[in-house]
Design a protein around this ligand. Structure first.
Ligand code: HEC
Ligand code: HEC
Length: 377
């Protein structure tokens, strides 16, 4: 008996890497080819809580109007001018639009933001999109502001963004007679205050809603999505992406931990390894062996709310236009982002086809900032 034990010991030893890797492996999600008609899929999406951004200025503005900051045409126009005005910054060179280009996805496609005197964000933070941000319940990567108005006060003062002070911003705006006139129309009198400046910018941001093909689909246009996109939508619901990325903005509604699942393998076989994983008979093995907090480079050492890796769940509208991804902009490829999300947020390994389908669905969330018809607003 003892002899047998010792005879087998080398084999057990040799098999250890396999057994340990097996422990930390995830099974690949098997989804039967869905026999979903567009009609059934639309019902499923509505049941899952998806709602469309309505067509037309009036319906859109009704959705985002608030008692705290009632919208009117002059306020929106004023906010738009302030949004694009670099003179609000300390050196007159940086505006909100420098980092949030509304014609290009609402961000700036740089891994990290660059502001006043080319200073970069000290945490290597990526600029989130301003498009549809007004529909979210939280702003900033850690969710520290609740509304776009509250948020707007931040960048004007941040030393690495516009680097100004409320006094300086107010003085610059007050000195401009065109602005004073617009304040009169927007607020009833020409008094310029920092709060009113943030309200005007917020009013403009509230109009930055981008209706997409997905909205048209939700409204009943059953041919708006093709088969692959429908499959992607189905996966997005079934896997549970929508447990976090939900609401009309498809994100921005809650703060969540990332990553949810630990991903470091204890040990792994050292052959045939690439990109942190490999596949064997339908089983995917994790091969990351590190204490790194994220499944991507920890640029900027930022850990979200309370340093607990809690993040505002990002808005996914226009996500196909806002690479690079994640809070520190360290992943360029949207397919890789989808793989990471499924694995570490839901514990499932997707195959290439499933990832491509979800990516196709995300393309259906692209939209443009509408031309508003503000007469009568
Ligand atoms: C230097 C680049 C830069 C400038 C200038 C800038 N932002 Fe940002 N913006 C960022 C970065 C980076 C973040 C994320 C910061 C964080 O989470 O701490 C952000 C976050 C936001 C958000 C939150 C979006 C979300 O989904 O969480 C909004 C809205 C926003 N900015 C609007 C504005 C407005 C309005 C202005 C002008 C008053 C402005 N930004 C100026 C880089 C910039
Ligand atoms: C448990 C909540 C949760 C689930 C489930 C979840 N996500 Fe996320 N998602 C997040 C958080 C939090 C982030 C931000 C992480 C960061 O930047 O460090 C994020 C980021 C993303 C991003 C990058 C956004 C950007 O602006 O950089 C995409 C794309 C995304 N998720 C898609 C998906 C898909 C597709 C699924 C389903 C397979 C999914 N998510 C499931 C919470 C979740």
């Amino acid at each position: 008996m003892k002899k047998l034990f010792f005879a087998l010991l080398p084999f057990v030893f040799l098999a250890m890497p396999y057994l340990l890797a097996r422990l930390s492996a995830h099974t690949i999600l098997e989804t039967p080819e869905p026999k979903l008609t567009a009609q059934l899929m639309r019902q499923k999406a509505l049941k899952a809580g998806f709602r469309s951004i309505p067509a037309g200025t009036a319906a859109m503005l009704r959705l985002v109007d608030t008692k705290q900051n009632p919208l009117n045409a002059a306020k929106i126009e004023l906010g738009k001018e302030l949004y694009f005005d670099p003179s609000l910054s300390r050196d007159g060179a940086v505006s909100c639009a420098s980092c949030h280009d509304i014609t290009a996805g609402g961000d700036n496609n740089r891994p990290t933001a660059i502001g006043y005197k080319h200073r970069t964000n000290p945490h290597h933070l990526n600029s989130p999109t301003v498009l549809n941000a007004a529909l979210g319940s939280f702003q900033f990567w850690d969710g520290r502001a609740r509304s776009v108005e509250e948020q707007a006060a931040g960048p004007m003062q941040a030393p690495f963004e516009m680097a100004s002070t409320p006094q300086n911003v107010v003085a610059k705006v007050r000195a401009n007679s065109h602005y004073r006139k617009l304040f009169g129309k927007a607020f009833g009198d020409e008094k310029v205050t920092f709060k009113r400046i943030t309200q005007a910018i917020g009013a403009y941001e509230r109009t930055l809603l981008t209706r997409s093909r997905f909205d048209s689909f939700l409204d009943g246009n059953l041919t708006a999505l093709d088969t692959k996109e429908l499959q992607g939508l189905n996966l997005f619901i079934d896997i549970g992406c929508k447990a976090c990325h939900f609401g009309r903005s498809i994100g921005g509604q809650i703060i969540q931990k990332f990553p949810m699942n630990p991903y470091n393998a204890l040990f792994y076989p050292r052959f045939g390894i690439h990109a942190g994983r490999y596949y064997f008979k339908g089983i995917a093995f994790d091969t990351n062996v590190s204490d790194a907090p994220y499944p991507f480079p920890d640029l900027g050492h930022y850990y979200g709310k309370n340093g607990a890796q809690m993040f505002k769940v990002p808005v996914l509208r226009n996500i196909t236009k806002t690479a690079p991804y994640f809070h520190n902009g360290s992943v360029k490829d949207l397919k890789e982002v989808i793989r990471i999300m499924a694995k570490y947020q839901r514990g499932v390994e997707l195959d290439k086809k499933q990832i491509a389908a979800i990516e196709a669905f995300l393309h259906s969330l692209e939209g443009k900032v509408p031309e508003l018809n503000l007469s009568g607003v």
